[in-house]
Design a protein around this ligand. Sequence first.
Ligand code: PLP
Length: 458
Amino acid sequence: MEREALNADKLVELDRKYYWHHLTQHKVFETQEPTIIVEGKGCMVKDVRGREFLDGVSGGVWCVNVGYGEDSIAEAVFEQLKKLPYYAGSAGNPPMLHLAEKLISLLPKLDKVYISNSGSEANEKAFKLSRQYSRLKYPSQDRYKIIFRERDYHGTTFAALSSTGQPERKMGYEPLVPGFLGIAPAYCYRCSFGKSYPGCNMECARDLETKINQEGADTVAAVILEPITAGGGIIVPPDGYFEVIQEICQKYDVLLIIDEVVCGFGRTGKMFGHEHFNVDPDMLTMAKGLASAYMPISATVIKQKIFDQFLADPSDTLHYFRDISTFGGSAAACAGANANIKVIEQRNLCENSAAMGDYLMGRLKELESFSMVGDIRGKGLFVGVELVEDKKTKAPVSEKVMGQILGNCTAQGVLLGKMNRSVPGLNNVLQMAPALIITKEEIDRIVDAIKNSLEKIK
Ligand SMILES: Cc1ncc(COP(=O)(O)O)c(C=O)c1O
């Protein structure tokens, strides 16, 4: 024990001295200790001081979909590392080819798989593919613009950030990449058009057509959307939304990219989030749950028509996708993804996500009587609670209150998330995305912790 304590002090010292935490104001570490997580099992994690927490956010950013301590994934990665850790993605390798085959069997309307190693990178590939595809297909036009939806998040690299509808993420990093344009969010609780579903003519989806016409269809390559807006507040588009989007994309021959980085791999109660909606994307991007973060890996999955546009006589030296990702060639990461998908399928984790998601939603509805609870929404094990000062005016609670609620939950041993540096004044959604193996008892612990925290604040 003493040794462990000494080790903990040393780790805290190393953390303070050398490590720059993601998305963190380090001034806070003058008065509080940095979080250092040392191990996990199931839905539980333990910190450096030996405190155990129920992880309601699957590794903080909704990615350890199968939970911690899955030996079969670790073993698959280990075996592959011994055989062949890596070879550049300009060559195939067995786990990569099996992964590609598996992904296409899960997504039969798509045809080709391009591997990289983060969600941002998968989206960068989608943007580069869209621009090059459109220029190859329409050589007399200049179709390069990418349309995104306000509130969506698509990553941290410059183009991915440029396609993100969260102003607080962008501030200070401008100028961003030209040619990225926002449309209205699909956010019924705070409709940009002051309307109510279903009598709204789906104005938010039709905003895509307005934008395409404003810019000129001959300048637009693609639109990118999350199936359910994740970091921007867990916002589920209304039924019929994607049908209108699809129709507009087809009308103007604009590619539809769906970002499944968060929603993929069971998070929403189906293998992919877009399966809840009637939509047939041209490209799909995925990362987090693909290997449940046991290994870093992402993929951009593409329709044949896009692939075919890049085929040409090899003497035409620029007519192919001139892109590479060094770690996109990780055979070990592909082995991890294959083993992870096996776990999701064999344990029926999509079904568990749907069933436990219903249970979570049902229990959260008990909190509706709190004056602060404005809206509860989500699908599967991906649920948000929007907190307001006043249900009528929908004035958001302050970030201070959000911090207090989260802090109270942490003190009760439950880790939850909140909107973070998104839309000014509207970082007011509590977020839950536990591992897909979660039980009813563990969900009860989460809801009880929130209830307790709301009681303390009111
Ligand atoms: C919807 C979505 N797309 C893309 C990304 C970027 O993924 P990464 O952090 O792996 O680059 C994220 C990250 O949270 C995300 O939520």
